[in-house]
Design a protein around this ligand. Structure first.
Ligand code: ATP
Ligand code: MG
Length: 601
């Protein structure tokens, strides 16, 4: 490609709306054009990168035996009603919908379990056809509340989504593991350092799931890692080792006036100053009140955790779903507004506690809160706490459910070994789920088994955010000058920059000959024939991130050109073998990422 024909438009200044490296550099390099909030046009350079990433992803999923299809983006409401997800997706407002002229409503694919399950039910009739995996690489839509960070969180993006169908759990386990390997291979080939962590199954449902994360300070996910074993889990899912605690405190429960001290910190300070020296934040019981929307109404929930811990709302949602199963799944969970707290407790916010004065449908206590030790709890009376309150003795009239509610933090014990956990941030690039029969049972998608009876398919589903992966690659590969694309997804492999006086035929001829030789060998090369100063050209290519640069300048007279890898030092190499050297470097880089993929187990 000749640079003069590429419509290159780069920006010297950082765009003010871009908070993270990938967003900033993709905009500055002319890869992205913002078309609307959370909507981007992929410019020619980005299109090449996305296509390469897509091909690698599709290649690896095909390698597991996956069959590629294309499903419609518009999905009928009726289909989503069959699985029961229309209501949940409408409630969480994640699905964008359109209406046709006849008034029929469609959801714009946020994912495609319903469509593929309906397809499988039609084309897969017998256990002899199982297992089978269908996948696609297609546009997905999600009505994100806060689209941000460029390609990371958008309303419209490209996802590889795969769905597997099985006649037995063991078969699902095999495909799930094959997918895990395929994902790790994919990320190696893309030049990404990614790892699998245990994850929450969320709105997709199911009973086992892993996310694939790229470590990055700008990541929106918090992950807990064990220093002693390979345990790693998303904070929405992470658990911790139980620790036995005991302490001495007030022997009886007494209501104490605690004027204007509603926060745990203030209560602790106030009470210790007043002589209750055994009181610490961890010995106070924090009560957070929520309203959970469920089908046909709302329920109120009081969540109790130690005063030094935070309620994890994903865990709380799962706990409500588990404990209050006859009411259907939680569609939306939100903390009570102050006036609702007043109505539920009869007190100002800050004084809620597990006494009969509390009006909530369900009271759930974190499983680590000791029931037989004295604590400080809110008295459901403004400016009052109860000191020395024991749940087993003093809350006897209440139904207290028990579950895991707290956010695991750095320093907590690993649930698998004796070491401790630490938190890091990550970007979720992929997700795999064991769905079981959630969709097939609801949609009556069945096959005839060996026993000649009908059975619902056992299913798995798998997603990779192809466009987000590209942004993650930029996060992992950049420096102060710009992007440093891994060879496998670079828009071009090599750029040739002639730097001579106009009409310097030796220099131009050298550049042209290398360019021709590279193209002939299938190397994706750019010849920078633009009428620009060399410094401007170098800055552009550093920003755009082409892995190899050949500069043809004064050295040509002595038969030398300069080779400058984007991530290494410049060296002079013979003009005569320059193309050969570049071809070798490109092939070596591609085989290295392939070898890294082949080493995955
Ligand atoms: P997140 O937690 O980041 O919102 P998710 O868990 O909702 O993502 P999945 O349903 O697991 O996403 O979708 C599979 C993959 O699609 C994700 O791992 C991610 O790479 C990508 N993805 C999801 N939402 C977006 C988005 N709004 N923009 C770009 N990529 C996305
Ligand atoms: Mg996910």
């Amino acid at each position: 490609m000749r640079a003069s024909r590429m419509n290159l438009v780069t920006l010297r200044e950082d765009p003010s709306e871009a908070e993270i490296a990938s967003h900033r550099l993709l905009l500055r390099g002319g890869f992205l054009h913002k078309s609307g909030a959370g909507l981007y046009l992929y410019a020619p350079l980005l299109k090449r990168v996305i296509d390469k990433a897509s091909r690698i992803v599709a290649d690896e999923i095909s390698r597991t035996g996956g069959l590629e299809v294309t499903m419609p983006i518009m999905q009928e409401q009726a289909l989503w009603e069959k699985s029961g997800r229309w209501t949940t997706y409408q409630a969480s407002r994640t699905m964008l919908t359109v209406r046709d002229r006849g008034g029929q409503v469609f959801g714009l694919a946020p994912t495609a379990e319903e469509v593929v399950t309906d397809y499988a039910a039609t084309v897969v009739k017998s256990y002899k056809q199982l297992p089978v995996t269908f996948f696609q690489q297609h546009t997905k839509f999600r009505d994100e509340i806060r689209p941000r960070f460029g390609l990371m969180r958008v309303k419209e993006f490209i996802m590889m989504d795969a769905y597997s169908f099985h006649d037995a759990d063991t078969s699902l386990d095999q495909t799930y593991d094959a997918m895990r390997v395929a994902y790790l291979r994919t990320f190696k080939r893309l030049g990404l350092e990614a790892f699998a962590v245990e994850a929450d199954s969320g709105a997709i449902g199911g009973n086992g799931s892993h996310e694939f994360m790229v470590a990055a300070a700008v990541g929106e996910d918090a992950i807990l890692f064990c220093s002693g074993c390979d345990y790693a889990a998303n904070v929405e899912r992470a658990t911790r080792r139980a620790v036995a605690v005991t302490w001495e405190g007030a022997a009886t429960a007494t209501s104490v006036e605690t004027p204007k001290v509603g926060t745990i910190e203030d209560v602790t300070k106030f009470l210790t100053a007043a002589g209750h020296t055994w009181v610490t934040a961890g010995r106070c019981l924090k009560c957070v009140l929520y309203v959970a929307k469920i089908t046909g109404g709302e329920v109120t929930v009081a969540a109790f955790v130690s005063g030094d811990r935070q309620v994890n709302e994903v865990k709380l949602t799962n706990a409500i779903n588990r404990q209050v199963h006859d009411r259907g799944p939680v569609l939306e969970l939100r903390p009570m507004h102050p006036e609702e707290v007043v109505a539920a407790t009869g007190a100002k916010p800050g004084f809620a506690g597990p006494t009969t004065g509390l009006k909530a449908n369900y009271l759930i206590v974190d499983q680590s809160v000791p029931r037989n030790l004295p604590m400080v709890v809110g008295a459901n009376r403004t400016d009052h706490h109860i000191v020395g309150y024991r749940l087993d003795r003093d809350a006897a009239g209440l139904t207290l459910l028990s579950d895991d509610l707290v956010t695991v933090e750095t320093g907590d014990g690993c649930p698998r070994c004796t070491a401790t956990l630490a938190q890091k941030r990550g970007i979720e690039v992929g997700h795999i789920f064991k769905l079981g029969t959630k969709y097939s049972a609801a949609m009556k998608a069945e096959f005839t088994g060996q026993d000649q009876k009908l059975h619902p398919f056992i299913m798995g589903c798998y997603g990779i955010g192809t466009s987000r992966v590209v942004a993650a690659a930029v996060e992992q590969h950049n420096d102060q000058d710009g992007i440093r694309w891994p060879m496998a997804i670079a828009p071009y492999h090599c750029v040739i920059v002639p730097v001579g006086k106009p009409g310097d035929t030796a220099v131009e001829g050298a550049a042209q000959s290398i360019y021709d030789a590279l193209l002939a060998a299938g190397i994706e090369a750019v010849l920078d024939d633009r009428d620009q100063k060399p410094g401007v050209k170098f800055k552009d290519w550093d920003l755009i991130g082409i892995p190899l640069r050949i500069v043809c300048g004064r050295g040509v007279a002595e038969g030398l050109v300069e080779l400058k890898p984007r991530d290494g030092a410049a060296e002079n190499i013979p003009l005569a073998s320059a193309a050969e050297v570049v071809i070798g470097r490109v092939r070596a880089a591609l085989s290295a990422s392939q070898a890294a993929a082949d080493a995955v187990r």
